[in-house]
Ligand binder design. Structure first.
Ligand code: SF4
Length: 236
């Protein structure tokens, strides 16, 4: 077991890369659990995924994508109809506002296309850094760290950061992990957070990272107790 003593940056980098390699072995097929076929579809699905599960979003998007195939369709959407389709994802008034505003902004400023740059994406309605990085990493192949609640919690448990601010977490993890690994690392952390390293009771006694993790013991260490906490997935 690794202690929680302060470690040098070099040691932190070495341990972070070992954790990333272990996660790669654990989750060889880690991927974005939202269904999409284009940057626009992924952008819309990511906006809808706020405060709900990817599984729930994937139940809604086949109908949504068929009804609104282009940015112009969202711009011209009938609000009641749009809200009805996305209602089960929660916060549907705000999400409808974002999708209609997104469609208008894409048509007015980007010829109806999703721009492939972070600085442009974050100017769009409903799009913060996390959503922008999801789209860059998964629809455009531009490496991005997508700091959601799972990512942030695990990064803190691994001692990669102490910050609760997603932007600071992103900046600190970026110094530990090679850029080309950023998107896949994000998926691996999210997968491990959903399956094993839960917020309330992490399954430490059943965790393959136990010997590398300075937070081992934050959850039950008994293997039998811990095994019952593991959620096998899939979550999509
Ligand atoms: S489950 Fe426990 S040992 Fe595994 S990563 Fe989370 S805190 Fe660390």
């Amino acid at each position: 077991m690794v202690t929680a003593e302060p470690v040098s940056h070099t040691a932190l980098v070495r341990r972070a890369r070992r954790i990333n390699r272990e996660l790669a072995l654990l989750y060889p097929d880690a991927h974005c659990e939202l269904d999409f076929k284009s940057p626009l579809e992924l952008l819309v699905a990511t906006i809808l995924s706020a405060q709900t599960t990817d599984k729930r979003v994937n139940m809604v998007t086949p109908t949504l994508f068929a009804r609104y195939p282009t940015a112009a369709d969202y711009a011209a959407a009938d609000r009641d109809e749009l809200e009805k389709i996305i209602q089960s994802t929660g916060f549907y008034h705000a999400k409808a506002n974002s999708l209609m505003g997104l469609g208008q902004a894409l048509c007015e400023r980007y010829g109806g296309e999703v721009p492939p740059r972070l600085k442009d994406l974050v100017t769009l309605p409903g799009v913060g850094r996390k959503t922008a990085n999801v789209v860059l990493g998964n629809a455009f192949g531009v490496p991005g760290l997508t700091v959601d609640t799972n990512f942030g919690r695990l990064a803190r448990r691994f001692g990669w950061t102490t910050s609760l601010d997603p932007e600071k977490v992103e900046a600190e993890v970026a110094t530990l992990i090679p850029r080309k690994e950023w998107t896949i690392l994000s998926h691996r952390l999210i997968w491990h957070g959903r399956r094993v390293c839960h917020s309330r009771r992490p399954a430490c006694g059943a965790c393959a990272l136990a010997r590398l993790c300075p937070s081992f013991g934050e959850g039950p260490t008994d293997p039998v107790v811990a095994a019952k906490l593991v959620k096998p997935g899939p979550f999509s």
